[in-house]
Design a protein. Structure first.
Length: 383
């Protein structure tokens, strides 16, 4: 039975920062606050997941999460998930899908450790390694960064040399002056295709708020460049806009990425014809459990479901199933060492091999290697 649910807020080091519009870029090394959710059962087994400190505040933990989990059997993940999801309605937005996903993911980690098996094996054990695509950071104004189409082309060549056989571009978005720009996006995509040639799959995750006509213009350019998919060019609340776009393009439209509604909204996208490839991830739809539902829903319609976001939970879903071609590895930037291990971890979750694949963990649970002693020493709050 579950005995304790705790969140520890701790200080650590980061070398990226988020701009006013929520996009991540390289930065000077600086101190940040992160948090660790720990769910402990009566045998002393602990499920752990790193969380954003603002997502599981004491009021949410005490009023929603702990009343559901304390005294419960951690194997009852489906029932626990449903109880917590139904409490979202009265939380007035405080208990988000992301927060729900953290709790669900920690429960999966816990039960994997209890039986001494990786989570991907518990899910189904479909494959031991998955190909990764390089997912770039957004464009910027940093010299030597991603400030020009030529910068994207040079970086793409570097990524191919590292073993990647697929690359997804995030181009320029506000607050970069002049962004968004369909012409700039097309120029970057043209430069990258020319740089890597026809043997590398390319994708574009465009500005989130283009109009229909802008999205169509950009999509037709991507068709001519033989891009593999077109992602989030418009506001995802408008399913009809995505149906309109998908009907006119031969390039697969993928979505939704951030649309509210867990796996239920993904069903609406499929039946509306708003996407050709489904999109879901543990931090988007409320955890590993509903991500699997979305993925199997896509299978029932003979569709791929590509998993959004990196990390051990996404890898577990991919390893446990055979839907979804790639693992999203990033965000990457020519001036950022993605493989550098932060002080609160002992290793990164997704080391890349020479031919662009990530091998699934053999460790019980999710396989995250936290430096628990470091976290304890740098904890500044606990609830």
């Amino acid at each position: 039975m579950i005995e304790r649910v705790e969140v520890s807020v701790f200080t650590t080091t980061a070398w990226t920062a988020v701009d006013p519009h929520g996009h991540r870029h390289p930065s000077a090394e600086h101190e940040v606050r992160e948090a660790l959710l720990e769910i402990t059962d009566s045998d002393g087994v602990v499920g752990r997941v790193q969380v954003h400190p603002d997502q599981l505040r004491p009021a949410v933990l005490d009023s929603i999460v702990k009343p559901v989990l304390i005294g419960a059997d951690p194997w009852d993940r489906e029932g626990l998930w449903r109880k917590m999801a139904r409490k979202q309605r009265g939380s007035h937005g405080r208990f988000t899908d992301r927060a729900l996903g953290y709790v669900d993911t920690a429960l999966w980690d816990l039960v994997g450790k209890k039986v001494g098996q990786p989570v991907w094996k518990l899910i189904g054990g479909a494959r031991e390694r998955v190909p990764a695509y390089a997912s770039t950071m957004c464009g910027d104004e940093i010299p030597g960064g991603l400030s020009t189409p030529g910068d994207y082309a040079s970086f793409a060549k570097q990524l191919v040399e590292r073993g990647y056989r697929a690359i997804k571009l995030h181009t320029w978005m506000p607050p970069v002056p002049g962004a968004p720009s369909v012409r700039a996006d097309i120029a970057a995509c043209e430069a990258v295709r020319e740089a890597v040639g026809p043997g590398v799959e390319l994708m574009l995750d465009a500005n989130h708020w283009y109009s229909r006509t802008e999205a169509l213009e950009l999509g037709r350019a991507l068709e001519a460049l033989d891009f593999y998919w077109f992602e989030e060019p418009m506001e995802e609340a408008s399913i009809s806009s995505y149906r309109w776009l998908a009907e006119q393009l031969s390039i697969p439209v993928i979505g939704p990425e951030v649309a509210w509604g867990k796996h239920l909204s993904r069903a609406e996208w499929i039946t509306a014809g708003a996407c050709d490839i489904l999109r879901a991830g543990p931090t988007d739809v409320g955890g590993i459990s509903p991500t699997l539902k979305a993925l199997h829903l896509a299978e029932a319609f003979n569709m791929d479901c590509e998993i959004h976001g990196d990390g051990s939970a996404s890898l577990a879903v991919l390893g446990g199933t055979d839907n979804g071609r790639w693992y999203e590895r990033g965000l990457l930037h020519p001036l950022h060492d993605f493989d550098r291990v932060p002080p609160h971890r002992l290793a990164i979750a997704d080391p890349l091999d020479a031919d662009g694949h990530v091998t699934l963990t053999s460790s019980p649970g999710l396989g995250d290697e936290f430096d628990v002693e470091h976290i304890r020493e740098h904890t500044v709050e606990r609830w």
